[in-house]
Structures are given as structure tokens and as C-alpha cells.
Design a binder for this molecule. Structure first.
Ligand code: ADP
Ligand code: MG
Length: 491
């Protein structure tokens, strides 16, 4: 390496700050399980909300019908018509509508009107009409599932109150209100013949959609603009919930894990990201992991190096100085560069960050920082995944093993006092599927590999064989349609 002694030292310090050992992650996973159980027991916990979703089962791939799906949660609004054909087969027609920053901060009635008109626009298309006629939707109202990827407190499959906005949204008049009611009102006012049958989080949608292909899916997770997970829980383990259902999908809202930073190894760079965000002190875990923030953490690290004259000869650029000036996709592209002289990185620095003057050492340092931030995100993502699986293995503090994955206890490590040595010669078991949606998981180089490696560290050697992390194609669309179907059937 061509680094100076001072550069090497700075990188050593960064490596120390941003690298998480197996022991640290194991401790975090135990704390994660503890916070899960607290959230399952009481309604007002400060960390993991553990929200009952009123989705009381999983699909198995035989479902049929034509349903609308709506996906709001990031930069785009997506309207889809999903035709479920049974036999794990389906078809999707969809359109995207950009949700402007202005709309993200407007009165919620404006946002809902925009959504209603977007649906109207979508339904007016000829090919959509043709599909509906072909599949003979008899009622005059289409059933729709709404994937709404913000923390909502649900009281029924089709009712939920917004707890708080995340990810850049801040529409007035929404927090504390029923999102389904707000949308149904806008649909009715604009004469759109659609009934909102189900409200689901994108994690729930991902879980349901993945189960349509792989019925043994236990967790749906998002590693995109934000991060979160939803899993199937035995209702015996949910003291705060009164229900006759045996199982229910729980929306963990894991982005808020360890809100008070009691165990998370937050750095000064994380604290800066948090402080300058629109929701300081909240979603601290999400801010260490998800696509919206990875670039921002990296940007803060790079600026710190620049300010010590250890990078780019102490010179920054307007883009790099600006909040959100560095995107996760740029980090991906830099990490993708495996060439010895990092010429592609050179071009990226120029085009994405307007940094024209740099040495090979500079480029290596930038790549190294991206790698440290990306690996930490992947390992923390796997920690959350492992914690949910551990909860599934054990289920409750009593040790009576009421978790839905209890039959995997002999092959996977439950953690804490329950950890045991594995028998890796164990006969093959039905894999546990984890459905994952999000550009970070899908596109960030090495993210999936680092997650798999970390799962092995936390769940034992059999994890590689038993736990399957897979990309769920269109979880939020297909999942919402499946939720609408399940709600409609139950109603
Ligand atoms: P959403 O979460 O909004 O539904 P995505 O799953 O596409 O959408 O995630 C978008 C996030 O992923 C953004 O924060 C973006 O910065 C990040 N992202 C987009 N492309 C890439 C990439 N190639 N590598 C890593 N992150 C990416
Ligand atoms: Mg998404």
C-alpha cells in the first residue's frame, strides 16, 4: 500500500471503530432478542415496537385472483395490478409515480389526493382494463392492498395509525391518524372505485410474497432506503395481544433497535448523521445500516480525513461538503472496482463527487472507508436476522420453546445460555427462507456474502445450509395483493 504512516494510523483507528467482532455481534443479538421480548410484552416500549399486523398466516402459493397493490415508502409511489394464478405463478402490471420532496413535506391530504389520482390514472389504461375484464372481477370495486412502509400501530388488517414519519417524509396531519381512512377518503372523493382491504408494512409484504414461492419463509426484511423486518410469531409469545389466532406476523420496526444507544457501537460519524437528520435520536440502528445513510456516514468519515489533511491533500468539494452529497450507489460502484490502479474509482470521484485531484493512496483510502462502512452495515443486518431466528428457536424466556422455529433447535445456535455445539453432520432439513427486498442487499458488493458469513458466526456452521437469504422480487407489490386477498377472504 502507498499510504503514509499518518494515513495508515488513521485507517487503523477507523478499522477499529467500524469493525464488529463475533462477540460484539453475539451480545447485540442477545440484546435484540431481549428488546423484542419487551416489545411483545408491553405496548409502550421505547425501542422495538413489535407491532401486531393482524396478518394471521402465510400464503402457500395456491392463491388466485386479481388485486391492486400500492407501494409507498421511499422515493417512488408504485401502483400494481397483480394477477395471482396459483401454482406459485403470478403476473404484474405496474407504474411508478415520483413522490416529490415537496409532496413528502406537504399536508397529508395533498399526498393522499396525489395517490388517488395516480391510481385513477393507472386504471384508465387499456391493458389494465383488458386484464380486469379477462379475469372478470365481478364487483365494481377493486380490492387493494396498501404497502405503507412507515411505523403504524395497527388495530385491524385495514386500520392503522401512523406513529411517526421516517426516511424524509413529514406530511402534517398524518401522525396519530388512520392511514387507511385518509386514503379511502381521498379515493372516494376522487371517484376511484377501489377499496383499501389491507394495510401492510413493506416487510410484511416481503414475507407474504416470499412465502407465495417458499411457504417456509419466517422473516421478511428490507435493506433499502430504510431497514426493518417482519416475522411470524406464535401468539403465545405476545402477551400484549388478545387474539384467538395462533400465529401472527409481527412488524418489528427494527430500525429503532437500541434507541438509547446502550449497546450499539455508534461512532462520532454516526452521531453526526443522526444529529443532522430530521429525526434525531430515532432509528439509530437504521442510520447505521440503510441506503439512505450509508453514504452520509462515509461522507463524514472522508471529511474528517480531509480535515486532518490525510485525504485529497486536505481539499474537499462542494458536493462532498453538502449533506447527502455521497450516495450509497456511489459506494457500491467504488467497491466494485477491483482494478490495481483504481482508474474506475478515479472516474467516479470526478463525476460523482467532483474531486479531480487525487493519488492512488487517496483512492485506496476511499475504497477502504466504503468497505468498512458497508461491511459494518451487512454484519449488523445479519445480527438482526440472527436475533429473529433465535427468537424463533426459543420463543420465550421460560425456555418452553414455543418459537415457530423450535424444530431447528438441534441444528442452529440459539445464543446466550442456550448456545450449544452443533452437529454439522445433521440430516438435511427443510431450509428456513428469509425474503429480502432492497437495493442495498441486492446491489451492494459483498453485502450478501458478509451477511451469510455473520449468520454462521451467530447461528453456528449449519446456518449456511439451513438459512436461505434470498431476494424477494416485488415483495411490496405481491405481498400487498396477498394481504388484500387474505383480508377479503377473512371478511
Ligand atoms: P426503497 O427502500 O425506497 O423501496 P430501494 O430498495 O431501491 O428502495 O433502496 C433505495 C436505497 O438504496 C437508496 O437509499 C439508495 O441510496 C440505495 N441504493 C440504490 N442503488 C444502490 C446500489 N447500487 N448500491 C447500494 N445502494 C444503493
Ligand atoms: Mg422498497
Amino acid at each position: 500500500k502507498s499510504w503514509s504512516a499518518a494515513q495508515s494510523h488513521a485507517l487503523e483507528v477507523l478499522t477499529e471503530q467500524l469493525t464488529l467482532s463475533t462477540e460484539q455481534l453475539d451480545m447485540l443479538a442477545n440484546e435484540f432478542v431481549r428488546q423484542m421480548r419487551t416489545g411483545l410484552a408491553v405496548s409502550d416500549t421505547s425501542d422495538l415496537a413489535m407491532i401486531p399486523t393482524y396478518v394471521t398466516g402465510r400464503p402457500n402459493g395456491t392463491e388466485r385472483g386479481c388485486y391492486l397493490a400500492l407501494d409507498l415508502g421511499g422515493t417512488n409511489l408504485r401502483v400494481c395490478l397483480i394477477t395471482l394464478k396459483g401454482g406459485h405463478e403470478l403476473e404484474t402490471q405496474q407504474r411508478m409515480f415520483k413522490v416529490s420532496q415537496e409532496l413528502q413535506e406537504a399536508e397529508v391530504s395533498k399526498l393522499m389526493e396525489f395517490i388517488a389520482l395516480s391510481i385513477k390514472d393507472f386504471l384508465a389504461r387499456d391493458h389494465i382494463n383488458a386484464t380486469l375484464v379477462e379475469h372478470a372481477s365481478d364487483s365494481d370495486r377493486l380490492e387493494m392492498g396498501f404497502t405503507f412502509s412507515f411505523p403504524v400501530s395497527q388495530t385491524a388488517i385495514d386500520a392503522g395509525m401512523l406513529l411517526r414519519w421516517t426516511k424524509g417524509f413529514s406530511c402534517a396531519g398524518a401522525v396519530g391518524h388512520d392511514i387507511v381512512h385518509l386514503l379511502q377518503t381521498a379515493l372516494d372523493q376522487n371517484d376511484v372505485k377501489v377499496h383499501v382491504a389491507a394495510l401492510v408494512n413493506d416487510t410484511v409484504g416481503t414475507l407474504l410474497a416470499h412465502a407465495y414461492t417458499y411457504p417456509n419463509t419466517c422473516l421478511g426484511a428490507i435493506f433499502g432506503t430504510g431497514t426493518n423486518g417482519a416475522y411470524l410469531e406464535n401468539t403465545k409469545n405476545v402477551p400484549k395481544l388478545k387474539t384467538t389466532a395462533q400465529e401472527m406476523v409481527i412488524n418489528i420496526e427494527w430500525g429503532n433497535f437500541d434507541k438509547d444507544k446502550t449497546v450499539l457501537p455508534v461512532t462520532i460519524y454516526d452521531n453526526k448523521v443522526d444529529r443532522e437528520s430530521i429525526n434525531p435520536g430515532l432509528q439509530v440502528f437504521e442510520k447505521m445500516i440503510s441506503g439512505m445513510y450509508l453514504g452520509e456516514i462515509t461522507r463524514n468519515v472522508l471529511l474528517h480525513l480531509i480535515d486532518q489533511r490525510l485525504l485529497f491533500d486536505g481539499k474537499s468539494s462542494t458536493v462532498l461538503n453538502r449533506q447527502w452529497g455521497l450516495e450509497a450507489a456511489t459506494m457500491s460502484a467504488i467497491e466494485d472496482d477491483k482494478s490495481p490502479n483504481l482508474i474506475p474509482t478515479s472516474q467516479i470521484l470526478e463525476s460523482a463527487l467532483d474531486i479531480g485531484l487525487h493519488t492512488l493512496a487517496d483512492r485506496e483510502i476511499v475504497q477502504r472507508v466504503c468497505h468498512l462502512v458497508g461491511q459494518r452495515a451487512a454484519r449488523l443486518s445479519a445480527m438482526a436476522t440472527a436475533a429473529v431466528i433465535r427468537q424463533g428457536l426459543s420463543g420465550s424466556t421460560g425456555g418452553d420453546s414455543s418459537g415457530i422455529l423450535r424444530e431447528y433447535r438441534h441444528v442452529l445456535r440459539a445464543g446466550g445460555d442456550e448456545s450449544r455445539v452443533q452437529d454439522s453432520t445433521e440430516a438435511l432439513v427443510e431450509p428456513i427462507h428469509v425474503g429480502i427486498d432492497g437495493s442495498v442487499f441486492e446491489h451492494y458488493p459483498g453485502f450478501r456474502a458478509a451477511m451469510n458469513q455473520t449468520l454462521e458466526e451467530l447461528l453456528g456452521p449449519a446456518a449456511a445450509r439451513v438459512v436461505r437469504l434470498e431476494t424477494t422480487k416485488d415483495g411490496s407489490g405481491v405481498g400487498a395483493a396477498l394481504a388484500a386477498l387474505m383480508a377479503h377472504k377473512d371478511a
